[in-house]
Design a protein around this ligand. Structure first.
Ligand code: SF4
Ligand code: SF4
Length: 364
């Protein structure tokens, strides 16, 4: 049954994040008609727009449809009232992953620039504490050797621990999200099992098929593919680097195939991120406003990629500033890992989960 209880605070947050005049929607339905991703049955985003106007948090949070939108901006381009439904759905998604993530105060910290200094300080203090305990909080003498600064045993064990804790908490949020989606579609017959839905979505992600379906989104497909594959390749090469440390074949030479693959991944990531930033700045009207969360993710990923390249060059060229760049790189990696559930990283996981759920009930 529809829960029509308005939540004024939620509506205010939506308005602030989306910058949209929520009460001006006339429910003409143009947005749903032009959306090439909306299902025929109860299409989005018109119904979401009325829920947003009423501040119906319970209807919007845990609604898989919000996540089927890929923010192409087609609906915003055609809205006769210029309400920007694409921005409203984006704001709902942001409030959704903050809603499901624990502990919530970290989500609040990450939701506005006011909390950023403290958010940055947390990984910095964390890393300084570890280096102090390891007794290596100083610039080592001699040629650049990062393991003399942050011993691999300390790095791998602390990094693995923090990653496992964060992943555990993220999975907890995703399980609650899944239950909420199920409660919203209690009568929907199951058309596919979880595994079949999972593989269907993976195939969609691999090809980025949905990007091709949205007319306005096509130019962004290349950027997204570069970031997507660049990130996966970099992740795999990082895993190999950890193995190389354990197998005592680290550091790898510049011509090692894994090193070459890692460098290629960095370049893919860098060019994809630059293309994304350009399209967000250049096509603001078409794709809608990028909010703080979008920029936080893009800028941190950019710092991560550039500092990663700097770390490698610093080692090969024996730069004086190599350890400082390495410290910046580590802080950025930990920043992204610790805040994974609250920034666009978490977004990717929530979107994938919603897409799997939609597949299992045949909502496409
Ligand atoms: S096109 Fe605009 S006015 Fe019409 S239903 Fe969608 S958001 Fe409302
Ligand atoms: S932004 Fe694109 S995918 Fe999202 S609702 Fe609008 S038209 Fe559909």
């Amino acid at each position: 049954m529809l829960n029509a209880t308005p939540d004024i605070q939620f509506k205010t947050q939506l308005r602030e994040l989306s910058n949209a005049p929520l009460n001006e929607c006339i429910q003409c339905g143009t947005c749903s008609v032009v959306c090439s991703l909306a299902p025929d049955d109860r299409p989005f985003p018109r119904k979401e727009m009325i829920w947003a106007g009423w501040g119906m948090k319970d209807q919007l949070i845990g609604n898989p449809d919000v996540w089927l939108c890929h923010q192409c901006g087609d609906c915003s381009s055609y809205c006769p009232r210029d309400i920007k439904p694409a921005d409203v759905l984006s704001a709902v998604r942001q409030l959704s992953y903050i809603h499901y993530s624990r502990p919530r105060f970290l989500g609040k910290l990450l939701s506005s620039p006011k909390g950023l200094p403290i958010a940055i300080l947390i990984p910095v203090v964390f890393i300084i504490t570890i280096l102090s305990i390891a007794g290596t909080l100083h610039i080592p003498d001699g040629p650049v050797n990062y393991s003399a600064f942050f011993p691999h045993s300390w790095l791998n064990s602390t990094f693995a621990t923090i990653t496992l804790i964060i992943f555990g908490m993220t999975i907890g949020g995703l399980v609650t999200f899944w239950k909420d989606m199920k409660n919203k579609f209690p009568d929907e017959p199951k058309q596919k099992g979880f595994t079949a839905g999972f593989f269907a979505v993976i195939s969609e992600l691999i090809t980025h098929r949905n990007f091709g379906e949205c007319e306005a989104q096509k130019p962004r497909k290349v950027a997204h593919l570069l970031v997507f594959y660049g990130f996966i390749l970099l992740f795999l090469m990082t895993c190999y680097a950890i193995y190389a440390v354990v197998a005592e074949i680290y550091p790898l030479s510049f011509l090692n195939p894994f090193k070459i693959a890692g460098n290629l991944a960095s370049l893919m990531l860098l060019s994809g991120l630059i293309l994304m930033i350009i399209s967000r700045v250049k096509d603001k009207e078409k794709f809608g406003n990028s909010n703080y969360s979008d920029w936080l993710f893009l800028i941190s990923m950019l710092i991560l990629t550039i500092s990663g390249i700097g770390v490698e060059m610093g080692r090969f060229l024996n730069w004086d500033l190599a350890y400082h760049i390495y410290f910046l790189h580590l802080c950025t990696v930990w920043f992204l890992i610790i805040y994974l559930p609250y920034i666009k990283f978490g977004h990717i996981l929530y979107r994938t989960t919603a897409m799997i759920f939609a597949r299992t009930i045949g909502r496409k």
